[in-house]
Structure formats: structure tokens, C-alpha cells
Design a protein around this ligand. Structure first.
Ligand SMILES: [Zn+2]
Length: 460
């Protein structure tokens, strides 16, 4: 007979296709008459790719032996130059400007500079001598001058301190009026710092007015706030910082956004067009949501251990493949990345998924579960060759439908290899646990799977 999935010739009486792991229908190893009432109604349309209606001729035997996945062969390679390191905006740094030396030449000492000097030089006025002495007029004048100089230095110290904190405090100009005289009489370059704060304040105001609709093109610094599933999509909530954007809108097209989990694996990537829906910055900060469809992300949302530790790579001038995916509940959809890159991430994800899920298979040595799919790389079903992206997508969709669903490599399990076959294909199990095969079979029909798509299995 022929396998309904891959059309391979198989021996009569086999339970599974040796080539692709599909269930062979004529054999009913688990079936018996003890079905639960109500489970005998014909199941609705299958959610898994349907079996081909018209088995083709001998074309199937030319399927090349698909290579077992090359695990870990390639690491995603990024051109580091593509990654634009975010550069601090021009506003940063003014608060730490230290003013140049202040000329003290003919500056008149401010009369009311009684403020405690934080940067007071370790000089104390020699005025500790009671006052009983009658100083010579010369000496008196010198002491007076020294006192004046000290007071002036104190005022300058305070003024430096004040300038340094001008941007941090709400009222940068209040106390500087005390030094108005000194400021006015000193040369222009002494006022750099004050001028700068003045200019900053003015710039800020101007920017707010003129940049409200201004385009911002700076590459933002991005943090991940959340990664959650929405249907079959992964929705990322991002916090963006771009100080130079101030209050403007980011509307760049062709932005490739790549997400890595905290193990450094690429788990999502797509290309977005923000000209369709610009990101609005407010004081250099913004928040946005983007969606990765089921072919653009490679880890189920519920298995991403610490979403806020995920890293985002933001690349400009990237080209997407085909049309952008639709938005998902307000999260911007994107176009897929280059097909070969996409395939590589899917292949690596399949490898990781097999590793992650291997620990969960032991329970099915004693209990039953249900097999929802088996797919061999590059196998042809109804004219479509199944690639890694297709296989991982099917796993994701089934996992979102059945949160316990796991992926296994058939060759690792005796029940697929016991007849001497290579069993080089992926199998998706529902992960549901049944003590009896009947219950497993009943679960298949209760969940709407056709008999050829869903079958009770116990691993060996
Ligand atoms: Zn087959």
C-alpha cells in the first residue's frame, strides 16, 4: 500500500509509514469497541494538512533521502557593523560641564554672598583675633582684601556648584542672580556654563515647539517589556529610548528587528515599516508593540523563560520578503526576513525544541499520548515541500492549541525504528497523558482530528 502522506510504498500491516511516520489507516492497533458514547460522531475538518486525495504514481520514490538536520552547524552571523550602537544625544553632558577658570581680576565682591561654599578653598580669613588690636592701616587693608577675596572665591565656588547642578534642579537661575554683578563684569568666556544652561533651556523649549511633528531618525535603545502570545503570533512590547528624538516621531521603513532570548538564541525576526505607523517619542522615550507571526518566531511564548532579559537588535535599511503580515490587536505586523536566514533560525529552533522537550518524553513510555503530526524535511505534500520553517510553524500552532505539545525526533524512539527504519523525521505529540489507548483515540476525535492525523502512541 501507499503512505497517504508521502506516497511511499509501505508494507501492508505497518502501523506507521517507515518514511515519514504518518499513521497508516488500515491498521487499527488500538481500536476496540469500548468507545465512549458521543465520540462516534464523525470528526470535523482536520486542522492538520489533509492527506492527499489522489495518490500520485511512482513519483514519490524519488524523494531524496533528506539529510538529518545539521545541528549547530551554523550560528546566526551578524555583521556587527549593521548594528548601530545608540549614541547619546547632544543634550547629555551639559550638566557635567565645568566652567573654565573664572577671571577674578577686577571683580567686585558680591555683597550678599553668605551662601555656604561647597567648593570652598581651604583658606580661612585671619580674623580670629578678638578685635582688641588696632591694626596698622596697611595691614587692615590687606586683611580686608583677603576677606573680600575669600568671600568672592566662596561666591565663585558656589556659582560653579550651582552651574553644575543647574540642569538637575528646577530653578537654575534663582540664586545666580546673587552673582549678577560678578557675571556682568567678568569677561564673556567666563559665562559659558550659564550661557549653556540658558541655551539648553531655550533649545528644549524650541525643540518642543518645532519637533512636535519633526521626524526622528536616531536608532533607539530598546528594552523588552513583555513577550506574549496572541493567537499564533508573538507580540513584543518594547520600550525605546532615543534622547536626540526628544519629542518627535520615528517613521523609518525597512527596520529589521531581531529578538534574542537570554541564551542568545534568535527567537524572532521580522522587518517593519514604521512609516505606516510612526512611533511617537515624548522626551526621548517611546513604547511600541510589534507582532511576529507563526513563521517569524521560533520559541513558544510560554517557553521564553525571562522575556525582560531578551535582547533586541535594531537594523536599518533591511529588506523584507514579500508583504507585511497584518497587525495583531494593534501590534504592528512585519514582513519576513530573508528566506535562508529564516530557514536557519527555524532549523536551530527545531534542534533546541528537541533538546528542551526530550525531558518530557519519559512519561509516555508507560502512558499513552497522541501523535498530531510527523514531518520529514523536504517531503512533498500536495505539491509543497516541507521546509524547517514549515515544520516549526506547525509545531508552534499545535503548541499554542495544546500547551503541552512537544516535538520529538522519531529516530530517538524504538517504536519508530524497531522495524529497522531510519525514522529521520519530526513528530509532534500533543503531550496529553492517557493511561489507555482508547482514551487517547477518543481525545483525537473529541479535538476534531481525523483518524489519519491523530493517533495514540506510546514511546519505547
Ligand atoms: Zn509516509
Amino acid at each position: 500500500m501507499q503512505c497517504p502522506q508521502c506516497h511511499q510504498q509501505v508494507d501492508d500491516g505497518e502501523g506507521f509509514c517507515w518514511n515519514c511516520g504518518a499513521r497508516l489507516q488500515q491498521e487499527q492497533p488500538m481500536a476496540d469497541a469500548t468507545r465512549v458514547a458521543g465520540m462516534t460522531t464523525p470528526p470535523p475538518a482536520a486542522a492538520v494538512p489533509p492527506a492527499p486525495s489522489a495518490p500520485g504514481a511512482a513519483e514519490t520514490s524519488v524523494l531524496p533521502p533528506a539529510p538529518a538536520p545539521v545541528y549547530g552547524a551554523q550560528e546566526p552571523a551578524y555583521d556587527p557593523s549593521m548594528y548601530e550602537e545608540t549614541v547619546a544625544g547632544p543634550i547629555v553632558g551639559t550638566s557635567s560641564v565645568v566652567p573654565p577658570a573664572v577671571p577674578i581680576g577686577d571683580a567686585t565682591a558680591p555683597t550678599g554672598a553668605a551662601v555656604p561654599p561647597p567648593a570652598m578653598p581651604p583658606m580661612t580669613p585671619p580674623n580670629g583675633d578678638g578685635g582688641g588690636k588696632k591694626p596698622k592701616s596697611n595691614r587692615g587693608l590687606i586683611i580686608t582684601l583677603i576677606v573680600l577675596v575669600v568671600i568672592m572665591l566662596a561666591a565663585i565656588g558656589f556659582w560653579i556648584w550651582q552651574s553644575a547642578h543647574a540642569n538637575d534642579t528646577a530653578e537654575p537661575q534663582d540664586s545666580s542672580s546673587q552673582q549678577q554683578t560678578a557675571d556682568d563684569t567678568s569677561s564673556d568666556d567666563a559665562d559659558d556654563s550659564d550661557d549653556k544652561s540658558d541655551a539648553d533651556a531655550k533649545d528644549k523649549k524650541d525643540d518642543k515647539d518645532k519637533k512636535k511633528d519633526a521626524k526622528c531618525t536616531a536608532t533607539p535603545d530598546v528594552d523588552v517589556d513583555d513577550l506574549t502570545a496572541n493567537g499564533d503570533s508573538l507580540v513584543a512590547t518594547l520600550s525605546l529610548t532615543a534622547k536626540s528624538c526628544e519629542t518627535g516621531s520615528y517613521a523609518e521603513p525597512n527596520i529589521e528587528i531581531t529578538v534574542k532570548n537570554d541564551d542568545g538564541d534568535v527567537i524572532a525576526a521580522a522587518v517593519y515599516d514604521f512609516s505606516k505607523r510612526p512611533i511617537t517619542f515624548e522626551d526621548g522615550e517611546a513604547s511600541t508593540q510589534i507582532a511576529f507571526n507563526s513563521r517569524q518566531h521560533w520559541q513558544p511564548a510560554d517557553e521564553i523563560s525571562s522575556p525582560t532579559n531578551a535582547k533586541v537588535i535594531w537594523q536599518t535599511n533591511q529588506k523584507g520578503e514579500g508583504k507585511a503580515s497584518g497587525d495583531v490587536s494593534g501590534a504592528l505586523g512585519g514582513a519576513s526576513i530573508d528566506t535562508s536566514d529564516n530557514e536557519r533560525y527555524a532549523q536551530l529552533a527545531l534542534k533546541r525544541q528537541l533538546n528542551d522537550d526530550a525531558s518530557q518524553t519519559s512519561q509516555f513510555y508507560s502512558d499513552y499520548t497522541t501523535q498530531l503530526s510527523s514531518k520529514k524535511y523536504n517531503m512533498n505534500i500536495n505539491g509543497k515541500a516541507w521546509k524547517y520553517t514549515d515544520i516549526y510553524e506547525q509545531f508552534l500552532k499545535l503548541h499554542y492549541k495544546h500547551p503541552n505539545a512537544i516535538l520529538i525526533w522519531a529516530a530517538d524512539y524504538y517504536n519508530y525504528t524497531k522495524h529497522g527504519h531510519a525514522a529521520d523525521y519530526y513528530v509532534i505529540l500533543s503531550g496529553e497523558t492517557f493511561s489507555r489507548a482508547d482514551d487517547a483515540t477518543a481525545w483525537c476525535s473529541a479535538n476534531g482530528y481525523a483518524a489519519e492525523d491523530c493517533v495514540a502512541v506510546d514511546l519505547e
